[in-house]
Design a binder for this molecule. Structure first.
Ligand code: 6PG
Length: 471
């Protein structure tokens, strides 16, 4: 019996996705460039073996899938995807669908689609989130493609996807690059979420002098409240874990230098290109870059002495509560930005990304999954494209939440503790809610040095100022 679907690339994500497909009753033909891995995977598949067809060549893979063939690529984003498509094409027909499930840059997805000839298979760009566990037991799936191609792969995607109260976390979000774009923004928000959590950890550790265990307990408590989310849950677990080698808290033996594979940076770049503020994401990307300056930071910490721990903060319950509420407020602002970037890109590329649906398929399976996304989905229901900070439910929350965020950022700043993403979120919120900002001065400066002109309040036309260098 032929397979229903093919999968290329048996790395951790690919292997788990293949097992997930098999477990859901679909037959899957698998291929990997290093052939040994195919057999290793097959041998370890246990009772799912009879749902898996190991193939040693691409020709074999194509033969073993029932036409029209859907084939998922789960290879390293970048050139490997182009190579795989080129190698695979000779064995495929026009009706087949190649589905790139990696963390592709959406520009590449758009290009790959454009490069296909009239007799080439269809190409679908699909964002998959959820890490190893998600891939194995239900990821969030963000698809970019035509309704026709989605209709053909929808049953298997729905089956393998995460479910939120029974609802599938897989959806078609628009044509061509839309799925990979949404995944990129998901990762940007993921960066912002993680960074804001890390900043709060920093305040608790360096400002309040708490142990990892004590901080872990606080996060555990928060996970039972409005911050309830996968990232808060794993943060508590991480903080409570012990290093086997030394018996110390695991976080205390880890170097404070974070890597990045690129998607968070792409989110910030795309926001900049669209002219849409995404300061929470930008701050998070920059914070990872600063974290990698290990030598310079060590030198600077000597040059500036103990400025960074100038004073210990009041660790009373009121401040802990402010941290909880402030983190939530920062999160709201960062998500508002992320969704705004998607709305902007959607308009720019004519994608029509459904924002409420996007929030809905992020409620389970993906790394930023949370109940909070259910509230975001509800806010976008009927008011698509409007900034989340203007949704009535969020206005109410931010009225009180922003006060806590303000307290946290202010106290941290006075204690010399960095909160770049939280501060960026607050700065964004305060600028966004200012009917009269300060760009009048920017316009005057631009007019002064470059005769750029400006608009007058309540008058049509372009004007110039009375400035002279002599003034
Ligand atoms: C997910 C994750 C996953 C991965 C990213 C981010 O949604 O499952 O986002 O895709 O963790 O590649 O990785 P970096 O932190 O290395 O950029």
């Amino acid at each position: 019996q032929q397979a229903d679907i093919g999968l290329i690339g048996l790395g951790v994500m690919g292997a788990n996705l293949a097992l997930n497909i098999a477990e859901n009753g679909y037959r899957v033909a698998v291929f990997n460039r290093t052939v040994a891995k195919i057999h290793e995977f097959y041998e370890e598949a246990g009772s799912l073996k009879n749902q898996i067809i190991p193939c040693e060549t691409l020709e074999d893979l194509a033969k073993n899938i029932r036409a029209p063939r859907p084939i998922i690529l789960m290879v390293k984003a970048g050139e490997a995807v182009d190579e795989q498509i080129a190698a695979l094409k000779p064995f495929l027909a026009k009706e087949d669908i190649i589905i790139d499930a990696g963390n592709a840059n959406f520009h590449d997805t758009v290009r790959r689609l454009a490069e296909l000839g009239p007799n080439d298979p269809t190409f679908v760009g699909m964002g998959v989130s959820g890490g190893e566990e998600g891939a194995r037991h239900g990821p969030s799936i963000m698809v970019g493609g035509t309704p026709e191609s989605y209709a053909r792969i929808e049953p298997v995607l729905t089956a393998i996807s995460a479910k939120y109260e029974g609802e599938s976390c897989s959806a078609l979000l628009g044509p061509d690059g839309a799925g990979h774009f949404v995944k990129t923004i998901h990762n940007g928000i993921e960066y912002a979420d993680m960074q804001m959590i890390a900043e709060v950890y920093g305040v608790l550790r360096d400002g309040l002098g708490l142990t990892p265990e004590a901080i872990g307990r606080i996060f555990e408590t928060w996970n039972a409240g409005p911050l309830n989310s996968y990232l808060i849950e794993i943060t508590a677990k991480v903080l409570l874990a012990t290093d086997k080698k030394t018996g110390k808290p695991a976080v205390d033996v880890i170097l404070d230098s974070a890597g990045q594979k690129g998607t968070g940076r792409w989110a910030a770049i795309e926001a900049q290109m669209l002219g849409i503020p995404a300061t929470g994401i930008e701050a998070a990307v920059a914070a990872r870059s600063i974290s990698s300056l290990v030598t310079e930071r060590s030198e600077a910490s000597k040059a500036y002495g103990d400025l960074a721990t100038a004073r210990l903060l009041d660790g009373g319950q009121a401040f802990i509560n402010a941290l909880e509420e402030g983190l939530l407020a920062g999160k709201i602002a960062a998500y508002a930005q992320g969704f705004d970037v998607m709305a902007g890109a959607s308009k720019e590329h004519g994608w029509n990304i459904p924002l409420a649906t996007t929030a809905r398929i992020w409620r389970a399976g993906c790394i930023i999954r949370s109940q909070f996304l259910d509230q975001i989905a509800a806010a976008f229901e009927g008011s698509e494209g409007k900034n989340l900070l203007l949704a009535p439910a969020f206005v109410e929350r931010m009225k009180t939440g922003s006060q806590s965020l303000r307290k946290v950022v202010a106290e941290a700043a006075l204690a010399g503790l960095p909160t770049p993403a939280l501060a960026a979120a607050l700065g964004y919120f305060d600028s966004f809610r200012q009917a009269r900002g300060t760009a009048n001065l920017i316009q005057a400066q631009r007019d002064f040095f470059g005769a750029h002109g400006f608009k007058r309040i309540g008058e049509e036309g372009d004007f110039h100022g009375p400035w002279t260098e002599a003034n």
